[in-house]
Design a protein around this ligand. Sequence first.
Ligand code: ATP
Ligand code: MG
Ligand code: FE
Length: 342
Amino acid sequence: RIVLGIESSCDETGAGLVRDGRLLGHGLASSMDEHARFGGVVPEIAARAHVHALRPVIQRALDTAGLRMSDIGAVAVTTGPGLSGALQVGVAGAKAVAYALGVPLHGVHHLAGHVAADTLEHGPLPDPCMVLIVSGGHTSLLLVRDLARDPITHLGDTLDDAAGECFDKVARVFGLPYPGGPAIQRAAHTGNPRAVAFPRPLPGSYDFSFSGLKTAAARWAEGHTGRDLPVADGAASLQEAVADVLTRKAVAACVEHGVGTLIVVGGVAANSRVRALAEERCRAAGIALRVPPPGLCTDNGAMIAAVGDLLVRAGAAPAPLDLSIDPSAPLEYAALHPAASL
Ligand code: ATP
Ligand code: MG
Ligand code: FE
């Protein structure tokens, strides 16, 4: 079966087509530019943008795959977590396609999508594997077994801001553009990562905390007058602190649980320092590191199709057509209705 995946939990409208673990085509639109002047995603703007983008994005996925609507054999859609208005648009679209074609519908957890993204680049997930999801909305450390069948063990999470959110907020304080992650990375290029001793919060725990880091960066910036702010040094030091904390905990979790593979996904996995430090520490600990390419790291429809494809091949029962969104869905199973599927 060819699975259409639809993603609309935040500001990206994504559609992807996957069959037997292989990506056939995808389409993506973003309303990021429309949110830029507000310094963050505006839910109502995001939802409206999904309404306009969804149909063209599905068509682009079909066009790049050289397929027609009638070739679709199942539909998978993000049901949560995310912005409710934004999720509603994707779920309504997915139901329409599934109903019109008479094919099964599967509700997918957004974070399971991030986990599965890497399978499109590097093949099936080893069982078990450790997954670090670092994005604008999440910082989660997960112990994953069979994604389609087994419950996921949530080892740690952020207690306040997500890692990407920290980059975004500090970038604002430093006078850098939104989104802050790429801007901090660019600024950090010429900076000294040891210039500022930013804190490394919650040592010895698998949970994360980035609000203290944000406050420390703001206090450091206040100590300088506008023009004299050494942004490059601040950016490099902040990036080093975030990369250090993320990779130290992820590798420690692998060692403690005897897991031989670490997968790093989410928008922040695109960060070059996070990647380099993860490589260094994984090599030292004898752990295989997998990081999907940037296009699969950020929100997209292909990753949702990848989960749908795993569910279809595992024989999971489809979701009912009255499938509802769950904006704060807890991550236990990749599918929304695990009880029905097993
Ligand atoms: P979600 O949490 O639902 O995944 P999201 O849309 O915020 O939501 P992504 O699209 O995966 O998540 O990632 C966006 C985040 O990644 C932003 O916070 C952005 O600053 C950060 N980011 C992107 N590129 C980089 C980079 N090179 N370095 C650091 N952070 C980055
Ligand atoms: Mg996004
Ligand atoms: Fe995401």
